[in-house]
Design a protein. Sequence first.
Length: 270
Amino acid sequence: MKKKVRNNVRFSVLASGSTGNACYVETDSSRLLVDVGLSGKKIESLFKKINRDPKFLDGILVTHEHSDHIKGLGILSRRFKLPIYANEKTWLAMENQIGKIPTDLKFHFECDRVQTFGDLDVESFGVSHDAASPQFYVFHHGEKKLTLATDMGYVSDRIKGTVKDSDMIIFESNHDIDMLMMGKYPWNIKRRILGDQGHVSNEDAGEALAEIIGDKTRRIYLAHLSKDNNMKDLARMSVQQTLEKRGFEFGEKFALYDTDAEVPTDLTTV
């Protein structure tokens, strides 16, 4: 008789924003961290806020080599002897930034593959961003599906198909275009952010989510907000207005949630 899988996957966005990113996902038998974009000390303090300890992690998944995603990666891995999973090009791009990692803690997780960690199946998918080989992840546990997708210059049809109808979606809503254009950034940085290898705006996030949300979708967390070119209320209002224009109704069944660069979200069951 086939053993029934309990749908008990839980997550917390420990930190999200232009200054640092980390996301924790667990089941009863698996514990994974995606990215360590803050200092090791800060990551440990964030874990304490959700009553968890990083020493019990089964591994760290890396999305890409930018510092706001790997700042504390080497420190955390060495301190707790945690395996690191990244694709080959990302390993080559980040090795000089994270310090020496013991060979027995270095693993490859290539793009468009599925790896199993205990009772958690993790699917990787590529995104368009100015990094060596950026990839994000969909977590499958029983019938539950949790998506993490940020750092995208645009949201391709392939990405939409991969993440469609997730129960929970952590999705980039990086900047308000007017704030960016009127802000202090030099033009070359503005052009990078707006380009196909940059970041998703609030409006574009809403338009993409309109094609991703399915009958199962209950929560969307707006993530990777720019410190200088966005605000939580503005991002939420913009995405909600875009979705309402497309016929979506908000309430107890379906809602938008904030993330923060300093404060973790509650440990939530999918």
